[in-house]
Design a protein around this ligand. Structure first.
Ligand SMILES: Cc1ncc(COP(=O)(O)O)c(C=O)c1O
Length: 392
């Protein structure tokens, strides 16, 4: 039977990780995989998470099932963090899911189940799993212009030009903040304009929020999203806690749906049934840890402080890399690095230049020239900047 199976395209980032692991050069640099690293290149467990796990270890007295949509208390707490009271709670439905990917998947299943979805509009470029999941689910998609490869900024005029082709009941997929892979974000004014377009076209906004707190701050990173949610009747939001709580492997995510209050119970019912059909119960441990943090003021403060430290570290690395590149290339070509936000920046290098960096310098980045800024350390910034100056 299995001879009918076709091999699947390998994941570029996983491939890069194994090439990096085999590289014996001591000055090699991994800017590929999207995990936060601290000043010594480690991805430690956040202190608030460790403490929360200790509390949980003492208090938890059962590992019995929680419920098909997971912990409603956890989902509500995440909903508050993300939505900042921008919408009446009577209009919100939730389902806990395995990571942001699980939330995206369940929400697309929900949209597909309505049998009325047209095209799902995805930014070009986007996190590759967006398109991969859409294809896997047999859903139609279109791409919209987003990133200008020359200026390395959002080209909003061209984006709107493409989105003017959206039809009623299409879905517009947006990154909530810290766009992956580009690092180029929409301004609040642009979110306002998009909200108007969404209303005019009567399309469903779908926001993927995987990096809240990594860009300009916990509240600042959702200002655009909050404005949008305040002004639309329906929306879907896929939240990941993988990065901002550093619980990557525990698979913590929430699918949130905004609907008319009268539709809440049918939406909630469908989310529950889709979880049942996909994996039954979502994993509990990571969500319980995150919930404990959000419920306990001391732990919450500790988490916020640590998250802020991570954010400031990424901003500092951006400033340093931008000024080293300015010095090495004697140009402003890379000044966008300090304006980008989040973990990633797309540098606008060709795939040949990326290949040179790997072969000649042991510098690993995704072939589209996305770097994980958090994968840098202060002591290697000059090495990276001079290598880039040599290959361009
Ligand atoms: C844009 C985007 N969305 C969603 C995710 C999903 O994250 P996870 O499933 O690990 O929570 C990621 C992770 O890299 C991402 O970059």
């Amino acid at each position: 039977m299995f001879e009918q199976l076709k091999s699947q395209p390998s994941d570029k980032i996983m491939e890069l990780m194994s090439q990096y692991a085999e590289d014996t050069r001591t000055n090699k640099l991994d800017l590929g995989v999207g995990v936060y690293k601290n000043a010594v290149g480690a991805t430690p467990i956040m202190k608030a998470v460790k403490k929360s796990e200790e509390v949980l270890h003492k208090l938890q007295d059962s590992k019995s099932y929680v419920g098909l949509i997971g912990s409603i208390e956890f989902s509500r707490n995440i909903g508050e963090l993300v939505l900042n009271n921008s919408v009446d709670k009577k209009r919100l439905s939730y389902a806990q899911a395995p990571g942001g990917t699980g939330a995206l998947h369940q929400l697309l299943l929900l949209a597909r189940a309505t049998k009325s979805v047209g095209n799902v509009w995805v930014s070009n470029p986007s996190w590759p799993n967006h398109q991969a999941i859409l294809t896997h689910l047999g859903m139609n998609s279109s791409s919209y212009y987003y990133f200008d490869e020359i200026t390395c900024e959002v080209n909003f005029d061209r984006m709107v030009h493409d989105l003017n082709n959206m039809k009623e009941n299409d879905i517009l997929l947006l990154h909530g903040c810290c766009h992956n892979p580009t690092g180029a974000n929409l301004s609040l004014e642009q979110w306002v304009d998009l909200t108007q377009l969404i209303q005019e076209k009567n399309v469903l906004p779908f926001i993927d929020l995987a990096y809240q707190g990594f860009g300009d701050g916990l509240n600042e990173d959702v200002e655009g999203l909050n404005y949008l949610i305040k002004n639309v009747e329906e929306a879907m939001i896929a939240v990941s806690c993988s990065k901002n709580f550093g619980v990557y492997r525990d698979r913590v995510g929430v699918a949130i749906v905004v609907s008319e209050a009268s539709k809440k119970s049918v939406v909630q019912d469908n989310l529950k049934s889709l979880n049942r059909l996909t994996f039954s119960f979502p994993p509990d441990h990571g969500a319980a840890v995150v919930n404990q943090i959000l419920e306990d003021n001391t732990l919450k403060l500790l988490w916020k402080e640590e998250l802020e430290e991570m954010r400031m570290n990424m901003l500092d690395l951006r400033e340093r890399l931008s000024s080293e590149l300015h010095r090495e290339t004697k140009s402003d070509r890379f000044s966008f690095v300090s304006a980008h936000r989040g973990m990633f920046s797309k540098l606008g290098l060709t795939s040949e230049q990326v290949e040179f960096l790997r072969k000649d310098y042991g510098i690993y980045m995704v072939s589209d020239s996305r770097i994980n800024v958090a994968g840098l350390r202060k002591d290697v910034i000059n090495y990276l900047a001079s290598a880039i100056a040599n290959v361009i």
